[in-house]
Write a protein that binds this ligand. Sequence first.
Ligand code: FRU
Length: 497
Amino acid sequence: MSKVLRDAEKYEEIMDSLIPETKRPEFHLTARVGWMNDPNGFSYNDGQFHLFFQYYPYANTWGPMHWGHAISSDLLRWRYLPVAIAPDSNADRDGCFSGSALWLPDGRHMLMYTGVRNEYLPSGKILGVQTQCLAFGDGENYEKYPANPVLDCADIPEIYCRYDFRDPKIWRTSDGSFRSLISAATTAEKDGHLLLFSSGDGLNWKFEKTLIRNDGRFGRMWECPDLFELDNTHVLIVSPQDMLPADETYQCGNGTVCFIGEYDEKTQTFREKSVQPIDQGIDFYAPQTVLTPDGRRVMIGWMQNWDTINTHTPESRWFGQMSFPRELSVQDGRVVQKPIREIATLRRDPIRRNDVTVKGDLEIDGIRGRRAELLIEIEPLDPDRLYNEFAVFFAMNERFRSSVSFNPKTSLITIDRTDSGTRRAFVHRRSARIRRQNGKISLRLILDRFSAEVFVNGGEQALSMTIFTDQSADGIAFRCESGARMNVTKYELLRDG
Ligand code: FRU
């Protein structure tokens, strides 16, 4: 084991023991210590899900990337394993960037990731040359492949930039050979393309073709691709950088987009049929999916956003959390996301109130808390007269609060953390247009100390955000000036019984 890896292991073990459990989310995975971004190598074997993550243990800011590692049998109760790989070899001495994992028939866990080596330009600029590398392990300890990198810029057409060639997603085809889908950007336009590679043995790789091009539609470079079959069709997920806003469906900055289409393994083509955003809130990026043993496709994203990473206090010992795991399905030609059904194992002390008239402000006895699930159905008091706005406030005290609100006249749903206690001046509010128009809406809100995730109308849309409000702010309230009817169920969400 290299000194870089050993040092990181020792450091994270000591520092982890200094972070009390109450200073972390209850059931969302965070950096063990220091910084976390993208989920990596999300995979399943022998009763355990493995989730790796972009990791810099030594600061709560981004730095030379390691892969942190955690396992869980239910995707909610995580146990850290030692840091899996560190930037300690020639091919990746400045960072082990994102990638994916596969379990091989011989029991080895294969990781494919992007190795970064910095180049120091005469202008003083530092740019990382990106290549693809392999590591193999037993689920806890990993060895890098000595002949890394297995793909570099000499393997791809010249139009692509060697500083933008990353985030391999690997899978095996029905004949047992390997494929990898890798993000690249053109040098001239920084346009995102996904490149497909093949390999017979997983070690020797060759460029097949450009599978899909952005052509300027969704931001510039597309990061972190994922491609899988779901409900008799195929879904391709990408995370575009530098998006421009488009009619409340997409907002500026880093976004998440998924295409539904047909991937033909024989001709290696992807035919796009439709496209939609994945999460329309503030903090969600670079998701990966896994197939569970009972056949569900589950997605986890980095519940953060590159433009809003300065939300936390400088003294916090960790930064970066994963989203709640979401079960995906395709319904009426759209991808629907629901919190995984294992959430039932966290639920405690239900409180139900049906047919509540909310006119003005309302608090309900027992409905409060920062680790909670709220299931809310709202409808107009009179079907012919829409209410003006319905708001749910949470993480609330006399001074601070965050909210999710719905205006049936504009069909906009808005999450807002402007008054959450943040001292930073960037995006704290985002709106999305919902797809139904009659003033009826269902909201499912998951709170976990430092975050809020909203699932709209059975998971047709999702909006997530992190909040760092003091935990004593645990009030929840409902507001509708003009009057609406509500059914509400609240559960406390706790890991242990
Ligand atoms: C996405 C990303 C990836 C890259 C990694 C670096 O958030 O920019 O493209 O591999 O983060 O940490």
